[in-house]
Design a protein around this ligand. Structure first.
Ligand code: SF4
Ligand code: SF4
Length: 526
């Protein structure tokens, strides 16, 4: 057997379960699964049919992992897949979002997404997937930075800190004993940190006890679902647990981002060999509870909104009712798309659909199904609780002329909640509730400085790399996008640059004084 094939087979052998063997052996080749898969339905390309993917892995399994195959292969009676076959067909395993829709159409309930996941892990273990530059970058960035897009901790903190600072909003960092550890997915803090500020405002306004970690800046979904690199996924999950231990939090808070709910609800056990040690709370469940308990005031909006059910959160994790309950509370004009819930079509963005640039043309082509679904609702906005779905929907709306190139038709679900919260706070004269988090209210200036993103920014200023960070922020396209509605952000950038010319003791004294005045101005109004 060729060396790479040996490692590929060893990986399959290590990860395969009895259920996977059934998935491989029970197929009747009826092809009904293809009728549920957007990649095949729209293109008619047999190589994009679910069975093209499962067929190759079945051949590898039967030839190298069964006695009959080993004997039959030696006699030339069964096909012998080669490393060239694996290389030639690799792209089809990533022309799939592992969305699980095909399983609904299969009379035997076969999970193609599970076989795709096994295959991706085997491609990673054998080193074959390193030939794809995006997959290699996800692995390299995760190894080096623990952030799949390759952002550093100062870049993540610096960018979010700049946005918060320019709006006068504070977020808690490294607060020991908070109830929730809020971990932001890499796609969230790399692609929508400006929209994410609304999430911080919601948590602050509701008086949620939470903290952000200064060490964990990625939920690890890309390494777990795109690269399917089990060793790195395991390390990241263990680091989450260690960070939660260090901070003494009780639960982990997540914004859905492609696969986060699935990663921690279900697939962590596969990677860790045991369940994840902390309970997971999705922001959508949390917001629903906060509204029902009267901790988050809302005024129902009249925004006309349709919902895209994320495959991983609804079909694969059963959260569909939570999203609807939330939408019925915050808008009087919610309209279902058809089909919906577990039958919904994928956005075609998750698990690499959007991240791999070679998929772009095909993804846009097959997203005609999603565009038609949205168009048929006549809704003004489409929302999804998932960041990656929202980014993919935004691209689909623009591609199919549902929205202009500078218009946002796709919103993350917490943005719709925000639209209902802000007027309710304004009506009560309580907008200040958004500014300071529960954990930093009425704290002394030293604590405030030590445990707020503002304070972390002051600490960053003491680093020799701070001017380079400011240069990066100045060129950053997310900062430019934020500046369209918040032009004051550049004044804050200039002010930060001026402060770097101060001596260190003067800088620290000034930062303490600033926090002190900020804390007393915003802290007493809870
Ligand atoms: S998991 Fe989804 S994208 Fe993949 S083959 Fe099945 S339906 Fe198609
Ligand atoms: S629908 Fe199920 S049994 Fe039929 S070809 Fe697809 S995976 Fe095989």
């Amino acid at each position: 057997m060729e060396a790479e094939m040996r490692v590929f087979v060893d990986s399959l052998r290590k990860n395969i379960t009895a259920e996977d063997v059934v998935n491989l052996e029970a197929c009747m080749d009826c092809k009904m699964c293809g009728e549920a898969c957007a990649w095949y339905l729209v293109t008619g390309d047999e190589k994009l049919h679910p069975t093209h993917k499962t067929g190759l892995i079945r051949q590898v399994y039967q030839r190298y992992m069964t006695i009959e195959g080993q004997i039959g292969g030696a006699l030339g009676l069964v096909p012998t897949p080669t490393v060239d076959d694996l290389k030639e067909n690799m792209r089809y395993f990533w022309a799939c979002t592992a969305c699980g829709r095909c399983t609904l159409a299969c009379p035997a309930g076969i999970s193609t997404r599970r076989i795709v996941r096994l295959a991706r892990a085997a491609y990673a273990d054998s080193g074959l997937s390193h030939a794809n530059p995006t997959i290699k970058s996800i692995i390299d960035n995760t190894e080096r930075y623990r952030h799949s897009f390759g952002l550093t901790i100062p870049q993540v903190i610096g960018r979010v800190g700049l946005f918060l600072r320019s709006e006068g909003i504070v977020a808690p960092v490294d607060v020991h004993g908070a109830e929730l550890l809020f971990v932001c997915p890499a796609a969230g803090n790399a692609k929508i940190p400006d929209y994410g500020i609304k999430m911080v405002k919601i948590l602050n306004a509701a008086g949620v006890s939470y903290t952000i970690s200064p060490r964990v800046i990625d939920t690890g979904t890309e390494i777990d679902h795109i690269a399917v690199h089990h060793n790195l996924s395991k390390q990241m999950l263990e680091e989450w647990e260690e960070e939660a231990d260090r901070l003494g939090v009780r639960k982990i808070l997540l914004v859905e981002c492609g696969c986060d709910a699935r990663t921690l609800y279900a697939e962590a056990s596969e990677v860790l060999g045991r369940p994840f040690r902390y309970p997971i709370v999705s922001v959508d469940t949390l917001m629903l509870d906060l509204i029902r308990e009267g901790r988050l005031p809302i005024e129902k909006t009249d925004l006309s909104v349709t919902l895209h059910d994320p495959c991983y959160a609804t079909r694969l994790s059963g959260l569909g009712d939570v999203f609807r309950d939330l939408l019925y509370l915050v808008t009087g004009n919610f309209v279902e798309m058809t089909p919906n819930r577990e039958h919904n079509y994928c956005c075609n963005g998750g698990a690499g659909g959007m991240r791999l640039p070679e998929n772009t043309d095909l993804r846009r082509k097959i997203s005609v199904l999603k565009a038609n679904q949205i168009r048929a609702t006549g809704a003004e906005y489409v929302t999804s609780p998932c960041v990656v779905c929202t980014l993919s929907l935004e691209d689909t709306c623009r591609t199919y002329g549902l929205a202009q190139s500078d218009e946002r038709m796709a919103l993350v679900l917490f943005e719709i909640v925000y639209e209902a919260m802000e007027p309710a706070l304004a009506k009560r004269g309580e907008l200040e509730r958004m500014y300071v988090p529960e954990e930093l209210r009425n704290r002394d200036p030293e604590f405030f400085l030590e445990h707020s993103i503002e304070g972390r920014m002051a600490a960053l200023m003491e680093m020799p790399e701070f001017p380079a960070l400011l240069d990066w922020l100045e060129r950053d396209e997310i900062v430019q996008r934020f500046a369209k509605d918040h032009p004051q952000v550049y004044d804050h950038l200039r002010a930060l640059r001026d402060m770097t010319t101060l001596t260190m003791p003067a800088l620290r004294a000034r930062a303490v004084a600033e926090q002190s005045s900020f804390g007393s101005r915003k802290g007493g109004d809870s």
